[in-house]
Design a protein around this ligand. Structure first.
Ligand code: FES
Ligand SMILES: [Fe+2]
Length: 404
């Protein structure tokens, strides 16, 4: 990055008031966007999917953001591997599908072909001194946490060990490692990725924008109401493993560890799950033997969030396509043995978070339109936007470091 670009970023961070929405430059400036790619998306762990999506050798899925594409594949030894999705010949995109099954990955350009573990298997008419061993696919760091697959594009990623230590037992109790994918849906949002992520991080907008959600989740209530409902709910379940809190997100993460958060929050009275009438949807997950009227919120890394009801699990992943466009991928998981049509109705299962994410897309898009205006000025945040504020503080700190 040029000296003048660094100076521009440092100046922007210095001018930004804490407790206020970001100034326009953070949503509009191409140098800032490039710094975000380098210092956020190429350094932190990104949820790639669940191991249940690629159960057999050769099953793969691809993860794409900005100009990057990653192949996540169940390799010949049964292990899951991740490769950069570019051919080592002249750099063509190698695998063009979102998911599938392959014995090998063959380049659509000149047909070099690669084994599932990334090794180059065949390259036509190459000189005698061509070294196959030096032309395998670039590998990408990959780790799983209770079936959840994460990839990281850095050579030195933050550790996931604290997450495993704190959450391993809870996630196993909740059966997060024993799920099947019921549905996956992509929402393309014509807005900067931070507007999409910030919106997910606050529930100030829930009451006015998400009537359906607000009829089921206590979180949409005013802070004092919500605090009272949460205290009452927790008091009913002493010593239950689900009821723990880990606030290690953003600036609260230990040095060298990836950020995370886990909490258990109440639904409204007599609501059991995220369905139109708040009734149960699907078979209980993990070791649960009854509904307790709540759901767990989980964040792993800055871009991946999970909402764990007693009978299904939602995953949300936010990624940039460009400075002005982002993606929210939503995954609906149920117990590994649950079958659509027999044990749950897919439309009932997906209704709440489809309607909610569509509404989010609209309000985020409107937010971007206003932020684009010459008259936009950053505005004061509310008491219901403290989590978003902690993200912004962390974001600004890291961005300032990138400009040093
Ligand atoms: S670019 Fe892949 S074989 Fe030529
Ligand atoms: Fe929302």
């Amino acid at each position: 990055m040029s000296v003048s670009s660094k100076q521009k970023i440092a100046n922007a961070v210095a001018m930004q008031a804490s407790g206020y929405s970001l100034e326009q430059i953070f949503y509009k400036d191409e140098d800032i966007y490039q710094a975000e790619l380098d210092h956020f998306f190429l350094k932190h762990w990104i949820f790639a999917g669940h191991s249940c999506q690629i159960p057999e050798i050769g099953n793969y899925l691809t993860l794409n953001f900005d100009s990057e594409s990653i192949i996540v594949v169940r390799s010949d030894d049964g292990e899951i591997k991740a490769h950069v999705n570019i051919c080592r010949h002249r750099g063509s995109r190698l695998c063009l599908d979102d998911s599938g099954n392959a014995k090998r990955f063959t380049c659509p350009y000149h047909a070099w072909s690669y084994r599932l573990n990334g090794d180059l298997a065949a390259a036509r008419n190459m000189p005698d001194d061509f070294d196959y061993a030096k032309n395998g696919l670039h590998s990408v760091k990959l780790e799983t946490i209770g079936g959840l697959i994460f990839i990281n594009l850095s050579a030195n990623p933050p550790s996931l060990s604290a997450i495993r230590d704190d959450l391993g037992e809870i996630l196993s109790h909740l059966g997060v490692d024993r799920l099947s994918l019921a549905q996956q849906k992509r929402y393309v949002i014509p807005a900067n990725w931070k507007l999409a992520l910030e919106n997910y991080q606050e529930c100030y907008h829930c009451a006015p924008s998400h009537q359906e959600f607000a009829k089921i989740h206590a979180m949409a209530r005013a802070p004092e109401d919500y605090a009272r409902l949460k205290t009452e709910y927790w008091a009913k379940h002493p010593n239950n493993i689900k009821f723990q809190q880990f606030n290690r997100y953003f600036g609260l993460a230990e040095v060298g560890q990836e950020g995370y958060q886990y909490d258990r929050n109440p639904l409204l009275s007599n609501k059991l799950s995220g369905r139109k009438n708040g009734n149960a949807i699907a078979p209980l997950i993990g070791q649960l033997d009854s509904y307790d009227g709540g759901a767990s919120e989980l964040m792993i890394g800055p871009f991946s969030f999970f909402l764990i009801y007693d009978d299904h699990v939602l995953a949300y992943r936010f990624l940039p396509i460009s400075k002005d466009q982002s993606i929210c991928d939503v995954f609906w998981f149920v117990d590994e043995n649950a079958q659509s049509g027999r044990d749950y109705d897919l439309e009932q299962l997906t209704w709440l978070w489809d309607v909610t994410t569509q509404a989010d897309k609209t309000i985020i898009q409107n937010n971007q339109k206003g932020v684009d205006s010459r008259f936009y000025k950053s505005g004061r945040l509310s008491e219901m936007e403290t989590f978003q504020q902690s993200f912004l503080d962390w974001y600004l700190t890291l961005l300032a470091l990138s400009a040093e």
